[in-house]
Write a protein that binds this ligand. Structure first.
Ligand code: BG6
Length: 506
């Protein structure tokens, strides 16, 4: 885990490939704005946008400014003030320059970029520390890294050279392995920062604090005390305008080996010997390696039909833009995962994620074993309710404990009660969008929250049998859940096999 973020980053340049794209304007620039506002960027920070288009620099900056203004006005959780702080923007804007016509597949682009960086280096001595941020389509990752290598731009003669890669990292195990192997021809593993934006979320990082900074929970965190774990990433949004991407990806690839598995790893990992990146990442990789091979019946899929979400009628997946009318792509996945190690043997982890579910809710719910027998069998409550610990990741970040208490009064009547802790109440501060942490960490060289090659491959290896199985078998009965519901009946059946049921999605 990163040390307290109180010092500005070392001098450095951030080169964004894909500077005219969505990711840059929606997440990277707002994150840099927040870092600038918090005075966490070096005064020798330089931002170079490389865009494919022939846009001019002023128009690029204005576009980013106006977009940021809109986001700030809307008051996303990441912004405390309702208005853009123009002085901060001016400072950030002064660090920014734009290089147009930057086709990443052309060697000439890199010559031009070198010249551009040389000029920027002369104006602002960023000590030759450069991060290349690949905010581009994944099909271009390999070419870009190859070209950077050929242009000698990844050699760390004076400063550091790092590469940030967005997901998707491969689309299955063989492609992820091939990409990792190819990258190593141009860069060292330590130079690669693979982003999973879930790891930038404050509450996800807090799982480690909860587990390893408290003596209270860790002794309970094992097969002796825990009955099972449910990890839910429910989304009420559909696929938005990403039909093309989604048709090629589906819910499993989009969410499971990356986001859900990160939550799984944080929950299930052994305590690392330190918070050094390599120690933490090794423990996470061990979790994936210990997952029992998945059988066909361990995973189910679903696809949404038309329905009602947040009071509005929404179309079914097959009627979304750029989606085939008979598409068999899944928008929902549920799976049962067993971890073959001493801590977790026999404790199922149930994972589910889906689009167009009844609510947006990401949580990790830990169900504790019941008291060994009920002393209270003569009370009006025939069954003790179960004890749960729920880590609410989003939207309302917090931790709840649910346990049994006696209802006040002369009769002994038991009732399930809850103790709720909400980050927003306690810290009175909105959480950040997440990219601040990740960009800051990359600039400071802390790779803890980034994925290492072996982790990525181990995670793909777990889901590969499911991908293979699904590729060979058409799903029957798609669409099989209504938009605005909790998912398909098949998911209920999956957990019911073990005589358990899902927590409601709300
Ligand atoms: C992205 C997926 O990685 O994560 C999207 O491609 C998904 O499909 C998103 O909606 C969820 O992230 P968040 O931060 O909105 O929960």
């Amino acid at each position: 885990m990163a040390p307290p973020k109180s010092q500005p980053t070392p001098p450095g340049a951030l080169v964004i490939f894909g500077a005219g794209g969505d990711l840059t304007k929606r997440l990277i620039i707002p994150a840099l704005y927040n870092l600038m506002r918090a005075k966490l960027l070096s005064d020798r920070f330089v931002l170079v946008g490389v865009g494919h288009s022939e846009q001019d620099e002023d128009a690029w900056k204005k576009g980013l400014h106006d977009f940021l203004e809109g986001v700030v006005k809307k008051g996303g959780a990441e912004f405390e003030a309702a208005k853009i702080d123009e002085a901060v923007w001016d400072k950030l804007s002064k660090t920014m320059s734009f290089m147009s016509g930057g086709d990443v597949s052309k060697p000439a682009t890199y010559d031009k970029l070198k010249e551009h960086l040389k000029k920027r280096q002369a104006e602002t001595n960023f000590e030759d520390n450069i991060i290349f941020y690949l905010a581009i389509a994944d099909s271009l990752f390999q070419t870009t890294i190859d070209e950077l290598g050929k242009a000698d731009m990844l050699k760390e003669d004076k400063g550091f050279r790092r590469i940030i890669i967005e997901k998707p990292f491969g689309h299955d195990l063989p492609s992820a392995k091939a990409l990792n192997k190819d990258i190593l021809k141009s860069a060292r593993e330590e130079q690669i920062y693979r982003i999973d934006h879930f790891l930038g979320k404050e509450t996800v990082q807090n799982i480690m604090a909860l587990r390893f900074a408290n003596g209270l929970f860790e002794p309970l965190w094992n097969r002796d005390r825990i009955d099972h774990v449910q990890i839910t990433v429910a989304e009420s949004i559909g696929i938005e305008r990403r039909g093309k991407f989604y048709e090629a990806t589906g819910a499993l690839r989009d969410m499971v080996p990356n986001h859900l598995f990160q939550l799984l790893a944080m929950t299930a990992m052994e305590p690392p010997v330190s918070f050094e990146a390599e120690d933490v990442r090794a423990k996470k990789a061990e979790v994936f390696k210990a997952i029992h091979p998945l059988a066909p019946e361990d995973a189910v899929r679903g696809q949404y039909a038309a329905g009602m979400v947040d009071g509005a009628v929404v179309a079914g997946y097959r009627h979304e833009q750029d989606v085939a009318p008979e598409s068999t792509v899944e928008t929902y996945v549920a799976m049962r995962v067993m971890i073959d190690n001493w801590r977790w043997a026999g404790v199922p982890f149930y994972l589910r994620t889906g689009k167009r579910m009844s609510a947006r809710s990401t949580e990790i719910a830990i169900r504790f074993k019941k008291a060994p027998y009920s002393l209270f069998r003569d009370t009006p409550t025939d069954e003790l309710s179960a004890d749960w610990m729920i880590l609410h990741i989003q939207p309302d970040e917090g931790i709840s404990l649910k346990f049994n208490a006696k209802r006040p009064g002369p009769a002994v009547v038991l009732e399930g009660v809850a103790m709720d802790f909400r980050y927003a109440d306690w810290f009175k501060q909105a959480s950040a969008v997440g990219y601040e942490t990740l960009i800051y960490d990359c600039l400071t060289g802390d790779a803890t929250l980034f994925q290492r090659a072996d982790q990525i491959e181990a995670a793909w290896a777990v889901v590969q049998p499911v991908l293979d199985n699904w590729a060979n078998r058409d799903p029957s009965g798609f669409p099989n859940y209504t938009a605005g519901s909790a998912g398909p009946g098949a998911a209920d059946a999956l957990i019911a096999r073990d005589r358990r049921s899902w927590r409601p999605v709300r």
